[in-house]
Design a protein around this ligand. Structure first.
Ligand code: MN
Length: 288
């Protein structure tokens, strides 16, 4: 198997205090994953050197992700709000690097939340200018940026693979890659095959989540088609399981993602199931 398999930290814990990180890293390893995805929404409570040491000791890779906020939003028309968003991005890229990560992804281009209007021309230009700068900074650190395509209720900047490719073209740096998420694709795309073929070798990261973000296999998403499409393009990058339940809450991210429902209670049991599910899917759908 060539894809590294990851799990989102919110399967285990909503915060990133030292004791929470110890638990998250231990459970990620126990479930057999190769890497941990950590949202930087709680970076203020993160002991970065300690987390890096614990990741290294466990032999785990790290990917960091985040969305911005309406008060710190690089898609805004207001230069002061854009500047705050840019500051958050540069800070977060630095944290990712200090943790030993080479991939920083997510809604790096807007707040995570429902916009009351379409993206403006000025706002889009601000996204492009900010991410050009961030891409240059990332290149110097040998890092890549991911543009996670999110649904219309979480952003107005990129909702489809075609939108994301146009944005990446305008940013114009090879280290800006596309991040597909099955949960968002289910809402916005025609199917699970065409977007994968469209993105092709510019795909850098994948989130696997069910239509309701619960147990894989308990919803209606056509993962067989999605994994076949990933095999079609010989995708060898990371594949990370993402799931959220009201049982594990982040005071900020859970609200941004509208996590109101209890879909599971036992994070470690969920993680073990998803590791098996992903392994089975990849093995079953690759070329034999
Ligand atoms: Mn996602």
């Amino acid at each position: 198997m060539t894809n590294q398999l990851g799990v989102h930290a919110l399967v285990f814990s909503g915060g990133t205090t030292p004791s929470e990180m110890e638990y998250i890293i231990g459970e990620t390893k126990k479930a057999g994953f190769d890497l941990l995805e950590l949202s930087l929404h709680d970076a203020a409570n993160l002991d970065v050197p300690a987390a890096r040491a614990a990741l290294d000791a466990a032999g785990l890779g790290i990917v960091c992700s985040r969305g911005l906020a309406f008060a710190a939003d690089v898609s805004s028309d207001d230069p002061a709000v854009v500047a705050k968003g840019a500051e958050l991005l540069h800070y977060s890229l630095g944290v990712t690097h200090q943790l030993g990560g080479t991939h920083f992804t997510g809604a790096l281009y807007s707040a995570l939340g429902k916009y009351g209007h379409a993206l403006t021309t000025a706002g889009r230009a601000n996204v492009v200018a900010t991410l050009k700068d961030l891409a240059v900074e990332a290149e110097a650190l040998d890092m890549t940026l991911g543009l996670e395509i999110c649904n219309r209720y979480e952003t107005n900047v990129i909702n489809t693979a075609a939108d994301a490719l146009r944005l990446a073209d305008d940013i114009g740096h090879d280290n800006v890659l596309i991040h597909l998420d099955s949960y968002h694709m289910n809402i916005e795309e025609d199917d699970f095959v065409r977007p994968v073929h469209l993105v092709g070798d510019r795909l850098g990261y994948v989130h696997i989540g069910e239509n309701h973000r619960g147990y894989l296999g308990s919803g209606h998403l056509d993962f067989t088609s999605f994994f076949h499409a990933l095999a079609d393009i010989s995708y060898t990058g990371p594949i990370t399981f993402e799931s959220f339940s009201s049982a594990v809450v982040s005071p900020t991210l859970s609200n941004d993602l509208a996590i109101w429902r209890n879909l599971w209670n036992d994070g470690p049991a969920l993680a073990a199931h998803s590791k098996n599910y992903l392994t089975t899917m990849i093995e079953g759908t690759r070329a034999h």
